[in-house]
Design a protein around this ligand. Structure first.
Ligand SMILES: *[C@@H]1O[C@H](CO)[C@@H](O)[C@H](O)[C@H]1NC(C)=O
Ligand SMILES: *[C@@H]1O[C@H](CO)[C@@H](O)[C@H](O)[C@H]1NC(C)=O
Length: 557
């Protein structure tokens, strides 16, 4: 018996020591931040000292890539280490009412850490689904590996804060008004020339249907800006004035609540900044040289610093791994109601959020700091992917990666420590929606980074921007008549295509094409992802409204 107890104690001790050795992990993910917006990545007018300090005291990834150029697919890939198409998450979730989300069959980064004894929290934006049916919270972060959630199940958008409306901007509302007009005139004609009753009935049906639609789209920002704590709606129609401060406060409380617990901390700070609607607060409002967007970037940097300070106060800094990044490239077209540009800056890269094949859409400013184990002032210029985060953390904490499915990320810990100098990726596939729109190829024996493009955005001639957001959204993206090959390492702006009719480029192109075929084979048998249903907007407010009302009522009983 005594022997057994002593063994048990030894075991506890051992487990205890291991647990305390596991690093705390804090992810800072900014929404729509451009790679050119951060001091450490070359910006000399925006002040980002806290983010810069992460890069300075750790490893800066100079060639890091998001798996997609839009929020939902990029975040799904980061959470699962798999291209979003594998989980059916390749298109953006358009409303909180879409019955779409990260499937339960996916094994996620927070689940992996939870299994390793981590206390896990998501603070801020989720955008990977909410309800499958009324109020079931089937896709809640709490069901995908997080112990605690405070934030927006959906995403911030223009409609939440200002007078601008996304559906107006892309022309949906305009079309709806036109259609309504035509239908009413037709009803009038019918009532005059054919039958009064039929005409009036027609007009009523049209008014009810269109009215519901217009009402939902006009109030879209209210139904979709729920602030949720775990399973409860705490605010409907988000108060943007205080949100950044509240996100910081929740992050700090979570760290403090775990401070004396045995568990290491996994905190995912998923900022609502710097997505529109810009909502910087004093003292940042009006303080930067770059308008509301610059103010929001500087406020985000400060918020990052606030979280880091808390860990420092608790003397947890040394064994905390910080991962800072953006979910994809900056949105060059974004503007506010005064027509000021309020989108990110992608540095020298061409293209923008939404351009899945272009560097400006997918290059992200990533830095990793972990004083206990990683070198300082280190630059890694090898191509890496945000999908590498999960296998790398698994390797650090002794977590498991599933073996029954394709995992697209790689363990890049050796690259971060400097034990390895070459990227473990031979190919990276760049998706635009369901389509592989470009492929990056890193031959083992050289430093060249080839990129083969299959489509090219229909930018305004002579520029690297779309004429409008509307054009970008509804673009058909016709394939290039002949794929274009570049060396991104030497030609980061991708301006001088290599001649694929001659060697060695013709063979290289052939080799990449073979890899594409093989990749396509790995996708056989996938169920097509949810593509959205425009009629959902007809019902969009009901579900949230009912849920909110039920909660409010239950408070009284
Ligand atoms: C710094 O960021 C601002 C705002 O995005 C941008 O306008 C400016 O060009 C950037 N500066 C540099 C040197 O990249
Ligand atoms: C939003 O929060 C701020 C700061 O807490 C508060 O002063 C303001 O009254 C709130 N606005 C609304 C509409 O509740």
């Amino acid at each position: 018996m005594i022997w057994f107890l002593s063994q048990l104690c030894a075991l506890c001790l051992c487990v205890g020591i291991q647990a305390s050795e596991k690093p705390n992990i804090v992810i800072f993910l900014v929404d729509d931040l451009g790679i050119g917006d951060i001091g450490a990545f070359g910006n000399d007018t925006l002040r980002t000292p806290h983010v810069d300090s992460i890069c300075e005291n750790g490893v800066k990834l100079d060639h890091d890539l998001a798996a997609a150029s839009l929020c939902t697919p990029s975040r799904a890939a980061l959470m699962t280490s798999r291209y979003a198409i594998r989980s059916g998450m390749e298109s953006v979730i358009l409303s909180l009412m879409s019955p779409q989300g990260l499937p339960a069959s996916e094994y996620t980064l927070p689940q992996m850490l939870q299994e390793q004894g981590y206390a896990t929290a998501l603070i801020g934006k989720w955008h990977l689904g909410w309800n499958r049916q009324l109020m079931d919270h089937y896709y809640s972060p709490l069901k995908r590996g997080f112990d605690f959630f405070f934030g927006l199940p959906y995403t911030l958008m223009k409609d939440v804060g200002g007078k601008q409306e996304v559906f107006e901007e892309i022309g949906v509302l305009g079309k709806l008004y036109k259609l309504l007009g035509i239908c009413l005139v037709t009803s009038l004609i019918v009532s005059r020339l054919i039958n009064k009753k039929i005409g009036v009935t027609m007009a009523l049906i049209v008014l009810v249907l269109a009215g519901n639609y217009i009402f939902n789209l006009k109030t879209f920002g209210i139904w979709n800006s729920l602030l949720v704590r775990n399973d409860r709606i705490v605010e409907m129609h988000l108060n943007l004035t205080s949100i950044t401060q509240r996100l910081i406060g929740e992050g700090q409380s979570f760290i403090k609540s775990q401070h004396t617990a045995e568990k290491p901390v996994f905190l995912f700070m998923s900022w609502l900044h710097v997505h529109s609607h810009m909502h910087p607060q004093p003292p940042f409002k009006g303080a930067s040289q770059h308008g509301p967007y610059g103010d929001a970037v500087e406020e985000t940097d400060w918020a990052v610093g606030q979280i880091m300070d808390t860990l420092k106060e608790l003397q947890m800094l040394d064994n905390t791994l910080f991962y800072f990044s953006s979910d994809h490239g900056g949105d060059k077209l974004e503007h506010d109601e005064e027509e000021r540009l309020v989108g990110g800056w992608n540095g020298l890269f061409r293209g923008s959020k939404g351009d899945g094949s272009q560097e400006g859409g997918i290059r992200v400013p990533t830095c990793v700091q972990w004083p206990a184990k990683l070198p300082r002032r280190t630059l890694v210029s090898e191509p890496t992917s945000q999908m590498d985060l999960m296998p790398t953390l698994a390797s650090i904490v002794g977590g498991r990666m599933p073996t029954d499915r394709y995992i697209d990320g790689k363990d890049i810990l050796p690259l971060l420590t400097g034990d390895e100098l070459r990227t473990p990726h031979e190919f990276l596939f760049h998706y635009t929606g369901q389509r592989v729109s470009a492929i990056r190829y890193m031959p083992e024996e050289s430093r060249v980074v080839y990129k083969l493009h299959y489509i090219w955005p229909q930018w305004e001639p002579g520029t690297d921007t779309w004429a409008s957001f509307r054009d970008q959204i509804f673009a058909t993206n016709t394939p290039l008549p002949k794929p274009l090959l570049f060396d991104v390492a030497r030609d980061p702006r991708e301006e001088s295509p290599l001649d694929t009719s001659i060697e060695p480029y013709s063979s290289i192109m052939k080799y990449i094409e073979e890899a594409k075929l093989k990749h396509k084979q790995s996708l056989i048998g996938l169920r097509p992802g949810y593509k959205g249903n425009p009629l959902e907007f007809l019902n969009s407010h009901r579900s949230t409204f009912v849920e909110y009302a039920v909660q409010k009522l239950s408070d009284y009983f």
